[in-house]
Write a new protein. Structure first.
Length: 493
């Protein structure tokens, strides 16, 4: 136990140092930028120093490398998605020496429990420290107080006499002012210390919930092989009706009944259909477990395959609805996210079907879905979705001869730095004078706000630096800071 205390105090010193680094990088910063990347990089370095066993573990090395890469991406452009992925990689790295290669379900439990234990972990450390001191013995409080009387009282008397005799000492003591405690800053320190201490002093959990057995049917009232078969027949019939209508109106361009517009038909059903597909996937997961008697039935398996195929067609129709709505109106980051979500649902349905066919385990299904979600999220943290939306809208805008609606300049301004380069490229095209002036005004405001953010080293972003250089090369104008009192929108991608 005693041999562990030097390591304990090293970790305490590292936690204090990382909190101090976070205070200097974030507390007085005007926003996120390179400071967030530098902070997360310091956390990765601190973790490797505090627990060298992480670098001797294969999973630990992979997680540390992923966390370091994601921290560097925060310098390029801070994002909530990138920060979430960093937190996951950082947590896995911290727990890797204590865990074993396992499925995503158990790792999710480990991460959640480690995060919860971060709140009472420091108090547990203090209790163990007090117990260790009691075992070594301690001075009695009374004897310590008596021993301190002479040096404290004598020192105070001599200090008072020197202050009276020497004006330098007297003025120095009079000028001392510790100030009021900054409660907000202390809370900020605590918020930084909790995740750092959770990583440097990880507390694993041995008892984890396993996945349900896939070799038996779910014992629920009214659930039997017959009821599941009847449900699949009804579901297939209803899905065939919906898919038939989509096939006619969406894919074959049949005339809609009454005064219903194509945009209304396309937009209204996209999200409810996705909820339908998700519910269908949950039904298969819960009631049709691989190697169970119901799943082994040949008629049931055929009905399931038909139903999964219909669900995949339903997802494709939902995606087509969204694409048609985008073509009728405009592309936004939210609609790109919706299309990516539809892709993940389609992948999940395909994996569910393959699990049933090949008899794969629930752990395999969870790991495959987690991998697919991680790939999509990593792509979102790398790709500038705002710039993709801005470029598409400009390319299809009516003002440049496109088949879309007039360009939504308010949305371009809301995109912030992501729209700067597309707007500068738009200015190079032959435009109506008034429209060109509006585009130039928004582009100038967006670039000025980026430049204001870039002027501070904490909020500097590599992506914005490249954007400003590209805009200046296109417009042959040097960017200027915004005038005093100018409000820069918070939408600064």
């Amino acid at each position: 136990m005693r041999r562990g205390w030097p390591s304990f105090w090293i970790k305490v010193a590292l936690i204090a140092a990382l909190v101090a680094v976070g205070d200097g990088l974030l507390f007085e910063a005007e926003g996120p930028g390179a400071n967030l990347g530098l902070l997360t990089l310091s956390w990765v370095a601190g973790l490797a120093l505090a627990n060298p066993a992480i670098l001797r573990d294969r999973l630990g090395r992979i997680a540390v490398a992923a966390a370091a890469l994601l921290a560097l991406l925060q310098i390029e452009r801070p994002s909530a998605v990138g920060l979430l992925l960093f937190a996951l990689a950082f947590g896995v790295a911290a727990l890797a020496p204590r865990g074993v290669p396992d499925d995503a379900w158990r790792w999710a439990q480990r991460l959640v429990l480690a995060g919860l234990k971060a709140f009472w972990g420091p108090f547990a450390d203090l209790r163990r420290l007090r117990q260790a001191r009691q075992r070594r013995g301690k001075l009695k409080l009374a004897s310590l107080a008596i021993a301190a009387v002479l040096p404290l009282a004598g020192g105070a008397v001599f200090l008072w006499l020197f202050a009276e005799a020497n004006p330098v000492i007297g003025n120095g003591l009079a000028s001392l002012h510790l100030g009021e405690p900054d409660v907000g800053r202390m809370i900020f320190w605590l918020a930084l210390a909790l995740p750092v201490s959770a990583a440097l002093r990880p507390r694993g959990h041995r008892r984890l919930l396993g996945l349900p057995d896939a070799a038996s049917d779910l014992a629920l009232p009214g659930v039997s092989a017959g009821s599941v078969t009847a449900s699949l027949v009804v579901f297939n019939a209803l899905f065939a009706l919906e898919n038939g209508l989509d096939l006619a109106y969406l894919w074959a361009d049949a005339r809609l009944p009454g005064r219903m517009s194509f945009a209304e038909y396309a937009h209204r059903g996209a999200y409810p259909l996705m909820a339908t597909a998700v519910l269908a996937g949950l039904f298969v997961l819960v009631f049709l477990r691989p190697r169970s008697p119901t799943a082994a039935s040949r008629p049931v398996r055929r009905l399931v395959m038909v139903w999964v195929a219909q669900n995949l067609f339903l997802v494709a129709s939902a995606a087509l609805r969204t694409v048609d709505y985008i073509e009728a109106y405009s592309l936004t980051v939210l609609r790109i996210s919706a299309l990516l979500w539809m892709l993940l649902v389609a992948v999940g349905l395909g994996l569910i079907a393959w699990r049933l066919i090949a008899g794969k385990s629930a752990a395999w299904l969870l790991n495959a879905n987690a991998l697919a979600a991680g790939i999509v999220l990593a792509g979102c943290s790398l790709v500038d979705l705002g710039a993709v939306a801005a470029e598409w809208n400009i390319r299809h805008a009516r003002e440049v001869g496109g088949a879309g609606v007039p360009l939504d300049l308010a949305y371009m301004e809301m995109l912030g730095g992501a729209a700067a380069v597309p707007l500068a490229e738009l200015e190079q095209q032959p435009l109506e004078a008034r429209f060109r002036s509006e585009v130039a005004g928004i582009r100038s405001a967006v670039v000025s706000c980026m430049l204001a953010s870039q002027s501070g080293w904490r909020t500097w972003r590599w992506r914005d630096a490249r954007r400003i250089m590209r805009v200046q090369a296109l417009t042959h104008e040097k960017a200027a800071l915004p005038p005093a009192g100018f409000y820069c929108s918070d939408h600064h991608d």
